[in-house]
Design a protein around this ligand. Structure first.
Ligand SMILES: Cc1cc2nc3c(=O)[nH]c(=O)nc-3n(C[C@H](O)[C@H](O)[C@H](O)COP(=O)(O)O)c2cc1C
Length: 221
């Protein structure tokens, strides 16, 4: 499955089957996390077979069941956009491996999670994953016109393809508080409006946009 196909088929899934994840799949994810941690200086941690991190009040409220696997998104403070960007890279990898996932800011109990947070680090998110009971559903979207701006003239076709993928990105409480601007000089600028996790969202949205637009076309301001 390509990343584009993963974008199109991914939805948040909160109920999981008991099935264990095969070791070779865990290894693929662990290798990917090791690369990200090395390149970015992050401290993302993969946890399998822990039934406790998604049993707090907010997990119950969100109707999470059967969660036993998750990635703790831990990195230095003030890295929200990059942490979001690499979170989504992993989410799409998870989807491409035939699994389901849900990014969680509040539904993971960060105190119960089996992850260690170093000095100057922040526990941004948990990404739970596994074999979903169902595949999830399409989220509602804001009108695409309200999520981009063209500074002058017309945007190239690749920009609109990027926007179509940006629209499919997961955002906290589906808030879609972002805007992508096609600048007069041909560069792109992504901005987030005020909202919970909106900078993490922005990194996620930027990852999607690049996949749709083609990485070679996008120069971020
Ligand atoms: C940064 C971030 C934090 C999120 N936190 C939670 C959460 O704590 N609990 C939850 O049930 N869903 C959470 N979600 C999932 C969103 O509710 C979901 O992505 C959104 O409703 C869009 O639906 P979709 O992912 O199926 O496209 C979060 C998503 C993002 C991007």
């Amino acid at each position: 499955m390509t990343e584009l196909e993963a974008i199109k088929s991914r939805h948040s899934v909160r109920q999981y089957k008991e099935d264990a994840i095969p070791e070779e799949i865990v290894k693929i994810l662990q290798d990917e996390i090791d690369i990200i941690n090395k390149e970015q200086g992050f401290n993302f941690q993969l946890v399998t077979n822990d039934p406790n991190a998604f049993t707090g009040f907010f997990a119950h409220y969100g109707n999470f069941t059967g969660v036993r696997n998750y990635i703790a998104i831990i990195a230095k403070k003030d890295k929200d956009i990059l942490a979001g960007y690499y979170t989504e890279k992993l989410v799409l990898e998870i989807q491409a491996l035939g699994l389901n996932s849900c990014i969680c800011a509040s539904s993971i109990s960060k105190s119960k999670a089996l992850a260690t947070v170093g000095k100057d680090e922040k526990f941004y998110l948990g990404v739970c994953f596994g074999y979903g009971v169902k595949q999830g559903v399409d989220h509602k979207n804001k009108p695409i016109e309200s999520l981009y701006e063209i500074e002058s003239g017309e945007a190239p076709e690749w920009f609109m393809k990027g926007m179509e993928c940006a629209l499919l990105a997961p955002t906290a409480i589906n808030q879609q508080k972002f805007k992508i601007i096609y600048k007069a000089d041909g560069k792109c600028k992504a901005i987030s409006k005020f909202g919970p996790c909106s900078k993490l969202d922005l990194g996620i949205v930027m990852y999607h946009f690049e996949i749709g637009a083609g990485k070679e076309n996008v120069i971020w301001e």
